[in-house]
Design a protein around this ligand. Structure first.
Ligand code: 13P
Length: 252
């Protein structure tokens, strides 16, 4: 336990939240008091239109702001896309890449995710690289093979403990209220750590590996106590300050 990286509790607001939602951010900032700040870092990834205002609103708190996706290129003719440099310019310090909703809805391959993660690093952002198996892959016993392949092929060149986070999010656990057993989470996270060791040697021990998928206040303590779980990537329960803080309170 002693050389575990400092945990990160990250909220992914997905396509939710108008400007009025920023009041939740204010409450989160207040709840992230000195005692909790000593135990864990907090991050909110709002939709792109709120990144700049959220980063401004978070000044004076220790809540970091991140993007949910970025284009691999810094600029160009890519209508509707946002670059890592634009997110950094807006005050973001993190960017999620390869979320399963992007992999599924936008056909993002591991190679595409890797290019986005490298873009995040190029812009000085910490990349949160998401991996996770589908229900069919779990049922047919392919979980470890799928996750290994995703980690190997999505990890950015130049990845370090400081600039890269892995989020293990089983696709079937996202937004469903279902979670893997604590033993299943432990198995996958240990395997991700081994894969990282083969790729990053000594750096691997310091990489934060988050669990995501139906993390709620009532299951946070159990999930966040698992070996090699260094925080959470929270969807629905990150929209309200009370729920998000109750999850982070697992570290109090
Ligand atoms: P839920 O917490 O709503 O299941 O979402 C998880 C997720 O996809 C976070 O990126």
């Amino acid at each position: 336990m002693s050389n575990r990286p400092k945990p990160l509790v990250a909220g992914n607001w997905k396509m939710n939240g108008l400007r009025a939602a920023l009041k939740e951010l204010g409450e989160m900032g207040q709840g992230h008091d000195a005692a909790l700040r000593a135990k864990c870092d907090l991050l909110i990834c709002p939709p792109a239109h709120l990144v700049y205002v959220a980063a401004a609103a978070a000044i004076g708190t220790r809540i970091a702001i991140g993007g949910q996706d970025c284009h691999a290129k810094a600029s160009g003719a890519h209508t509707g896309d946002i670059s890592a440099e634009m997110l950094a310019d807006s005050g973001a310090t993190f960017c999620i890449v390869g979320h399963s909703e992007r992999r599924a809805d936008h056909g993002e391959s591991n190679a595409a995710v890797k290019a986005k993660a490298e873009a995040a690093l190029r812009a000085g952002l910490t990349a949160i690289v998401c991996v996770g198996e589908t229900k069919d892959e779990r049922v047919s016993g392919k979980t470890l093979a799928v996750v290994r392949r995703q980690v190997r092929n999505s990890l950015p060149d130049g990845a370090s403990a400081a600039n890269t986070v892995i989020a293990y999010e089983p696709v079937w656990a996202i937004g469903t209220g279902l979670t893997p057993t604590v033993a299943d989470v432990a198995e996958v996270h240990a395997d991700i750590r081994r894969t990282l060791k083969s790729l990053m040697k000594g750096e691997a021990a310091g990489v934060r590996i988050l669990y995501g998928g139906s993390v709620k206040p009532d299951n946070a303590k159990a999930l966040l106590s698992v070996d090699n779980v260094d925080g959470a990537l929270v969807g629905g329960a990150s929209l309200k300050a009370a729920d998000f803080l109750a999850i982070a309170a697992a570290y109090r």
